[in-house]
Design a protein around this ligand. Structure first.
Ligand code: 5GP
Length: 217
């Protein structure tokens, strides 16, 4: 089933390897402009301290999640780190009714499904400025053991392969310019003709850096 959304309010998908800062960008974007509304996903993951139902996520049981899939209530869904995550169709419908862009903070598997289902969606891949910055951000979270950091770096390496299939990439050098970058792209999308950045070269560069970081670890 295809959801016919007018391009004026096409969903905007932000995907990136863990530690790239995409969730911060997504929330800063929504806070900075009335044009955007955060798409609240459903998840089977348990809430972290401070996370309230209906804000970061709708926290549901596996059974409830399976019911949502069966009823066609999810526009996309994927298993990430052992938990299920999905975008409720009604999140997208609500944004469309409001004439706003839904901001989807989802993983690359979900982005692929949105691309198929909603061809006019704007897919933006957030790149870390370097492997070292990524490693630092993953480490300073403090919650990740060195082996976890290594595992996430390997996952990042794999996920970076997806970047060239996105419409755009934004390098998260600093929050303000990354948010400004996404805003500009959404605006420019209405006038898009070609892609400007050599995504493959940039992805290859960061993958080579990750390989060097992994060799050193
Ligand atoms: P976290 O549990 O750290 O909040 O999120 C883990 C990963 O799941 C992140 O990459 C996040 O973007 C992704 N994610 C969050 N919501 C969704 C969703 O609705 N669909 C998909 N496919 N991924 C999601």
């Amino acid at each position: 089933m295809k959801t016919a959304l007018p391009s004026r309010t096409a969903p905007v998908v932000l995907a990136a390897p863990s530690g790239t800062g995409k969730t911060t960008i997504a929330h800063a974007l929504v806070d900075s402009s009335d044009d955007f509304v955060f798409s609240v996903s459903a998840t089977t993951r348990l809430p972290r301290p401070g996370e309230r139902h209906g804000e970061a996520y709708e926290f549901v049981s596996r059974e409830e999640f399976q019911r949502m899939i069966a009823k066609g209530h999810l526009a996309e869904w994927a298993e990430v780190h052992g938990n299920l995550y999905g975008t409720p169709v009604r999140s997208l419908e609500r944004a469309r009714e409001l004439g706003k862009y839904a901001i989807l903070d989802i993983d690359v598997q979900g982005a692929r499904q949105i691309r198929e289902r909603i061809p006019e969606a704007v897919l933006i891949f957030i790149l870390p400025p370097s492997a070292e910055a990524l490693r630092e951000r993953l480490s300073v979270r403090g919650t990740e053991a060195p082996e976890q950091v290594r595992h996430r770096l390997l996952t990042a390496h794999r996920e970076l392969d997806e970047a060239p299939r996105f419409d755009y990439v934004v390098v998260n050098e600093d929050l303000e310019s990354a948010v400004a970058g996404v805003r500009t792209l959404v605006e420019a999308e209405r006038h898009r003709t070609t892609r400007a950045l050599d995504v493959s070269a940039e992805v290859g560069r960061i993958q080579r850096e990750i390989e060097r970081v992994l060799d050193r670890a």
